[in-house]
Design a binder for this molecule. Structure first.
Ligand code: B4P
Length: 193
């Protein structure tokens, strides 16, 4: 089993690149953003709670997100591996994921961090906001999301760097060129399916 984390600030292209990686390497995709938006659209109790945070550009509490991940992994016992997109976003989530995977006799093998300048991120997200209908894709909320990223999520990169698993990748090339660079790193562990 091969487990990959795609890491980076809001709008860095995690969702976009995950699609390509999933197709090429046949990994199971776990996006906490997508899972939360699904809960919100179905008005589940979890979704109603999560919406309060997401609409303000804040991270959803760790215990909510960690519980969701655990059951998603259990749904796919035959998986070739997982790609975690947008998770973990805090050091507590990273530690919980390590424990969870250890319990399942596996681990995180690689963390790919997409590095994109702040002005480019703002441009992409405002642009996405014109079509996505997402309540968190407007200038004010994007600013808060970036602040949450800097204070709570960036320490996750330090955590994995310390464990020798982090690779930084330039994320402001074209989608195709960024995918080529990501693939070179993944190929060291797993060849395309
Ligand atoms: P997410 O859904 O994870 O979304 P994101 O960070 O905004 O976007 P992503 O990086 O995937 O960018 P995308 O590919 O779409 O999070 C949303 C919210 O959910 C969070 O703020 C939080 O409240 C909550 N949440 C999620 N996970 C959580 C967790 N673990 N803990 C707590 N809370 C959590 O790309 C953005 C745009 O750029 C797209 O329009 C795309 O087309 C474009 N683009 C991508 N690559 C490009 C390129 N190379 N060139 C030009 N444009 C590009």
């Amino acid at each position: 089993m091969f487990n990959l984390i795609l890491f980076g600030p809001p709008g860095s292209g995690k969702g976009t690149q995950s699609e390509n990686i999933v197709k090429t390497y046949q990994l199971e995709h776990i996006s906490t953003g997508d899972l939360l938006r699904d809960e919100v659209s179905r008005h589940t109790p979890l979704g109603v709670e999560a919406k309060k945070y997401m609409d303000q550009g804040l991270l959803v509490p760790d215990e909510v997100v960690i519980g969701m991940i655990s059951s998603k992994i259990d749904e796919r016992p035959e998986a070739r591996g997982f790609i975690f997109d947008g998770f973990p976003r805090t050091k507590a989530q990273a530690e919980a994921l390590d424990k969870l995977l250890e319990f399942k006799n596996t681990q995180i093998h690689l963390v790919l961090s997409l590095e994109v300048p702040a002005e480019e991120l703002m441009k992409r997200l405002i642009n996405r906001g014109t079509t996505s209908g997402r309540s968190d894709d407007n200038e004010e909320v994007i600013g808060k999301r970036v602040k949450e990223y800097q204070t709570k999520t960036e320490p996750v990169a330090t955590y994995y760097n310390h464990h020798g698993k982090l690779e930084r990748v330039k994320g402001d090339n074209t989608i195709e060129d960024t995918f080529k660079i990501l693939s070179k790193h993944i190929d060291k562990y797993l060849l395309p399916a």
